[in-house]
Design a protein around this ligand. Structure first.
Ligand SMILES: Cc1ncc(COP(=O)(O)O)c(C=O)c1O
Length: 393
């Protein structure tokens, strides 16, 4: 076979890029679909329409980009590595750096392509067909989706009034259903509610389940389950660099667990799934953690002022939050209309979560810059001061 000289650029006409041309008609889907598990077909996929907006407050991202000098550091270090080689599957230095920062042992650290990958891996290695996953409701939709895809049974347990965690109710459900896994997301997405101190300890003591503590938002508030790692091999803590560290675009998360359990979770991951650039960025982020966490402090100040401003507005209920987002309930206007007006008239994109039964008329608003939040207060002030204008908007 003749080979193209490496110095010559590939042209669009290269055989490598030629389309086979079979896309002009599609066969019936039914035969293929019949072979997809019913538990998967019955699920709504994870999807999000994300139109452009001046104030993007719909995905709980950091409003601050990763600092330019740190990006440069990442690019310089990544460029100095050999890209034709696979990255490390378990990068020892990074496991060590994470262990040092979070007070755990390096062998108990599993890195993932976002913490999403570790939610999937943990459920994949723990659930047998029909096993029960107990989780608060409402919560992050991926747990339900992954449980269904993996053949488990998802048992949602309602939060109590004001979306406060009800530890006893979770324990009662876990015992009744003989849960294999209890998912705890604290602070909880989309409500912002945090578990009370001692709750994870109590759940570990009163159930036999694996307790998966998703702490994607813990940098912004609430207590952490990290101290429980030293007391139980049934606890797994998941963290992400997507939120407080401003690295959502590079996809980096990690899990902390007993080394034996961490080793099993790693078996549920695809090999080499965290790429070389992401691993490099994670190292740089950890080296500059103080710079990045200073921005978290800034966001917490913005959040507290935003909460106070929101509570002064008529027409909405504001739920307590320990996260970098706030859940509001529109009292005398349809949330859908408020969502649309915010976007179309004010260039503010928030998350319309009002489709979920417990979240009727609710919107979730991420904490952005002080300027973003002032824009939201101004817009909501106008919208709720003339509610009649919104009908059918
Ligand atoms: C509760 C929760 N866990 C995990 C994730 C996933 O984060 P990552 O970007 O690390 O995959 C999210 C993302 O929004 C989240 O809300």
């Amino acid at each position: 076979m003749s080979r193209r000289p490496t110095s010559q650029p590939l042209s669009p006409a290269s055989p490598l890029t030629t389309s086979p041309g079979h896309a002009d008609r599609l066969p019936h889907a039914s035969e293929g679909l019949a072979l997809i598990k019913q538990a998967v077909r019955s699920q709504a996929g994870y999807a999000l329409a994300a139109p452009e907006a001046k104030h993007k407050l719909n995905q709980n991202e950091s409003p601050f980009d990763f600092p330019a000098p740190l990006k440069q550091e990442v690019m310089d270090q990544a460029a100095a590595q050999a890209w034709q080689r696979y990255p490390a599957f378990s990068p020892r230095d990074l496991q060590q750096a994470i262990a040092t920062r979070y007070g755990w042992v390096p062998d108990g650290v599993v890195v993932g392509n976002g913490s999403n990958e570790l939610i999937q891996a943990t459920l994949a290695v723990s659930l047998e067909a029909g096993d029960v996953v107990v989780a608060p409701s409402p919560t992050f939709s991926l747990y339900r989706l992954m449980t269904g895809v993996l053949g488990g049974r998802y048992v949602p347990v309602s939060l109590e009034q004001n979306f406060r965690y009800d530890t006893d109710r979770l324990i009662e459900a876990a015992r009744r259903e003989q849960a294999r896994v209890i998912v705890l997301n604290s602070p909880n997405n989309p409500t912002g509610s945090a578990l009370a101190p001692g709750a994870v300890e109590q759940i570990l003591a009163e159930t036999d389940a694996l307790v998966l503590c998703d702490e994607a938002y813990q940098d912004f508030g609430g207590t952490s389950a990290l101290p429980q790692l030293a007391h139980s091999s049934r606890v797994i803590v998941l963290r992400t660099f997507s939120k407080a560290f401003g690295l959502a675009g590079l996809r980096f998360g990690f899990g902390l667990a007993h080394p034996a359990v961490a080793g099993e979770i790693a078996k549920g991951k695809l090999p080499y799934n965290v790429n070389l650039i992401t691993l490099t960025a994670a190292r740089v982020a950890l080296r500059h953690a103080a710079t990045l966490t200073a921005r978290v402090d800034e966001l917490i100040v913005v959040r507290e002022r935003f909460l106070a401003d929101l509570r002064r507005l008529p027409g909405l209920a504001v739920y307590p939050t320990a996260a970098n987002f706030v859940l509001i309930r529109c009292v005398n206007l349809p949330a859908r209309d408020v969502f649309q007006r915010l976007h179309q008239q004010y260039g503010i994109l928030v998350r319309d979560v009002s489709g979920a039964p417990e979240l009727a008329e609710c919107l979730r608003i991420s904490i952005g810059t002080a300027e973003d939040m002032d824009a939201v207060i101004h817009a909501l002030g106008e919208i709720f001061s003339a509610p009649g204008r919104n009908r059918g908007a």
